[in-house]
Write a protein that binds this ligand. Sequence first.
Ligand code: Z5A
Length: 220
Amino acid sequence: MTPGVFITFEGSEGCGKTTQLERLARRLAAIGGAGRPVLRLREPGGTPLGEEVRRLLKHTAPGWSVVPEAELLLFAASRAQLVREAVAPALAAGQVVLCDRFLDSTTVYQGVARRLEPVSVAAINAFAAGPLRPDVTFLLDLPAELAMARARRRDQSAGGTPDRMEQEPMAFYEQVRAGYLRLAETCAERFVTVDARLPIDDIEALIWTQLTARCHGLFP
Ligand code: Z5A
């Protein structure tokens, strides 16, 4: 483990990552982070440059095309900045870093669902993130239709419309889900897969139990 603790949340759009990241941040705040400051980040984004890349990726001007290769490199650019500007310094200072998505998203969305060559995706991930990997990754697993329905309900109640990444056919999100489940099996030492159909409170409790067990007494 790094001096700090790096925790990431993964899963399809609408699976509840942000909800659980916020719940975990609150729990940690309630115990004063067990003496460690808590930093909340998201991908794409998390730095001024990354937030600009996020805007480009999600709200591409009408009529623009974004080829999968360009999309991959934009996600990687945001991550390269985030790792060096925010994640690595925070971990070196012993902080707890909570990140809404990280390089597993690229492995699955660009490598599996967009069908880019996995070897190239892995090489670009390695270039962007260097050797940094999360200590624990919570995968919130939800059938694609349920996940999209949740995301749609949330967008409608906030008066928003689907962004560029939310307009793929259902088969795309089914591939995302299958890709994540395979990746979690391959990297079983750091992945915790959670049934995201459970009530929010139950998922929160489960994540806390898993985290405290895995971090060997770091958090009481
Ligand atoms: N992407 C990529 O392709 N490659 C990459 O390398 C990276 C990202 C880093 C980022 O979108 C997009 O970029 C994403 C992947 C791609 N695109 N897609 N598709 P984003 O950051 O805007 O959004 P997101 O990360 O996909 O997730 P989200 O929409 O913010 O959803 P969420 O955080 O997982 O869910 P939530 O907001 O916490 O919950 C959604 C709703 O469900 C909300 O109303 C909650 O109250 C409700 N909810 C949450 N949990 C529950 C439970 N347990 N039961 C019932 N209802 C619940």
